[in-house]
Structures are given as C-alpha cells and as structure tokens.
Design a protein around this ligand. Sequence first.
Ligand code: SAH
Length: 383
Amino acid sequence: MTSAATERTNLLGLPRPALEAFVAQLGGKRFRARQLMNWMYKRGVGSFADMTDLARDFRTRLTAQAEVRAPDILSEQRSSDGTRKWLLRADAAQAFEMVFIPEPDRGTLCISSQVGCALDCSFCATARQGFNRNLSTAEMVGQVWLAARELERGQRQRASTGEPASAPGDERHVTNVVLMGMGEPLANLRNVVPALRILLDDFGFDLSRRRVTLSTSGLVPQIYKLAQETNVALAVSLHAPDDALRNELVPINRKHPIAQLLQACWHYLDEQNGRSVTFEYVMLEGVNDSAAQARALARLLKGHPAKVNLIPFNPFPGTHYRRSSAPVIQRFRDELLQRGVLATIRRTRGEDIDAACGQLAGRVIDRTTVRLGSKVIGVALQP
Ligand code: SAH
C-alpha cells in the first residue's frame, strides 16, 4: 500500500474502512473518505489538487502523504474486434496484462491478480513464465481505475473532434470485471478480497456482485475462505471430467480432487445465495473433447446449479495442444444440453493480439539478467 520510493499511501489500495482510518489519522472527518472515493472512483480524478470541495490544507496533507497511483502503461494493442490489451508495469523488470472486451451489451475488463502463476496448468501460457509475485490491492483496483480512465479519455477525444468510433465497442465502459487474467486470485486472497470490496462498494466502482467474477483453478480451502468474505460470482477451471485427466491438465487437482472441489463450490453457493457456478472447460482436441467425456461431465454436474462455459483452446508458441474443431465443440455442448446441463461456447476475442484466454504472458519481458562477475546487477526490460 505504501510505495517504497515515496512512502506515500496509495489510496487505490484502501477499502472504505481503511480509507476512513487513514483520513482520521490525517485529522480529517470520516465523511471526507466518501468525498475522496467520489473523486477517485466516480470522477476518475487522481490529483488531490483537483478535488476542489476538500479544504486546502487537507489537500496539502493528502499530497504529502498519499497518492492515487495506477500501474504505468508500457504498451497497448488493439484487436480488429475492438478488444484492447494493455501491458502494465509491475516494477523495473516485470510486467502483467489486462484486457478490455467490448460486447454489444457490456464491457468486460479482465484483470490480473499475480505476475505469472505458480499453478502450472499444462495448456496455459501464463504458467510458462512461472510465478513472479502477487499484485497488491492497489495494483488490482488500479487496473480497473486505469481502464475506466483510458476508455473515458478516448470517448472524450472523439467527442471533441466529432470523430466517429473507429472500432466496435469504442463506446463501451467497464460494466463487468473478471479476475481471469494472469495469476491465481485465490492464491492472493489477502490482496484480492479488499480489491473486491472496492469494486462492489457503492462509493467505489459500485459494481453489482453478479458483474464481478473470480475464476479459480480450484484452491479448495480458499473457496471456503472466500465464501466467508465476499459474494462475487464464482468461476472454476474444471477442464476435465475425471481426476486422472485433471491431474495432468490442472496439477493442483492432485491436492484438491474434483469431488472436494465440487463440494466447495456448492458450499459457496449456499453461503452466498449465488445462482450458479460457472465451470470453464477448455476444448483440447483429442484430450478432453469426446462425447463420452461430455457425458461424464454431465453426470458430475447434473442437478446442481452449474453452467459450463466451453473455451476453444487458444494456442501459443511451444504448446503441443490443439483446439477442438467447431463441430466437436458443438457436439460436446449438445451432449451437455441434452442431459440438462446448461452450456455455452465462449466466443474467442482478441486473438490477433494474443489477448485471448490463457494467452496472457507478459512476454515482452526479457528475463536475461545483467551480471557483473557473479553478482546480478539488473534485469533487462525490453519493450
Ligand atoms: N488461475 C485462474 C484464473 C485464470 S482465468 C483460473 O485458473 O481460473 C483464465 C481461464 O482461461 C481459465 O479457465 C484457464 O484455465 C483458461 N485458459 C488458460 N489457458 C488457456 C488457453 N490456452 N486457451 C483457452 N483457455 C485457457
């Protein structure tokens, strides 16, 4: 929350009670926290000098001790379908990605929760990079703050020039947030929970809990913890109907097998009055896409509040997996539907800029270390 360089507290990392405590410590009244949040989250203002209804001396104290700082943008790419991907700086040597996906009725922002990932799922590009570090609450909230500002800026620019939207979705705002970028959010629960609180807070981004989705590879104990803390929508990366195959695709399954995972999911729904759990299922040709596997999946989920989201595999350099063909994916879906299990096929977006599921790799990073003798003196970051 405090940046080492400046020792200022980044307010994007503070949910309302913590912000109130911070404001009190600066000698401000409690309601100042709400005013601050209004500026930060409703109006996208990050400079205290511009927060004109705050007393001048309070603004001066804020400027000395606090900041509203989102991650720096290293680069941005735009897909022909309107999807936008930003590469964001984690520190001198590390970067992570966020993706905005405009659709006719919504704008979904996919944020990262870690730089890299430790879980080593065999079909995921992020896994290749290994685990670097957890993102802070401010870095996660900062992604949403930044995207909202970037989208707003583009819209203002067009309004002032009278230029029409150039790409589909250019008029969209962030209406939904999914924790489906790089990393395993439940492995960073300590920072993720406060970030979720800010996303849901009326004075924060004010998103309804159904518009915020956390996706996990299946850290069972953390699903129980999450149920105590928040009530956002839950998505689970299942990908296989039996333990033998899931052990191979999602190795955490060896620790938390399918039966335990499903039990945790139903518990989450009971506790949170949730409508259903979404099960993600990546379609890998000849691996998990047979009709028999669809039937096995249906047996697991039938009668439970579950939806299956079939994700056509998105290839990346060096992978030996291939995407199931469209007819095979449709047959798989139909097998599920015929057995009373809701299933949809995820439309792949942003493929031309490697922004699709499982392709986020932050791979501009050249992890070559700069050595002086045996001592590492730096790590080169290549744009
Ligand atoms: N660690 C969390 C969050 C990542 S979400 C999780 O596992 O759920 C990203 C989703 O995309 C997950 O369902 C993941 O399994 C899936 N995915 C990963 N690599 C993929 C790929 N190459 N093609 C399609 N989907 C992939």
